[in-house]
Design a protein around this ligand. Sequence first.
Ligand SMILES: [Zn+2]
Length: 92
Amino acid sequence: MSDLWTVHRSLERHATVKDMTACATCQEDLAGAIDKERSDGRMASIQAYPMVWAHLLMCPSCAETYRLVVVLVDADAAGLLLSIHTVLEGVP
Ligand SMILES: [Zn+2]
């Protein structure tokens, strides 16, 4: 069975997620879904957080939040973000 089929079956079980999952609920679990994706891969994250991923497919607002968080996490991992202490030390 392909990974795509597994994703489809997983999301199909949550076909009514738009009705059941508010954006706030999705965003409560979004950090966990992103952490899982980064540590164990997207498939593992989808299996652990199917409601989040199903919601991201249907909600442009939460999908944009996901995209921006991933950009920030990638920038942090690359050492491109300044620490708050560095920023405050620059304040007169
Ligand atoms: Zn949403």
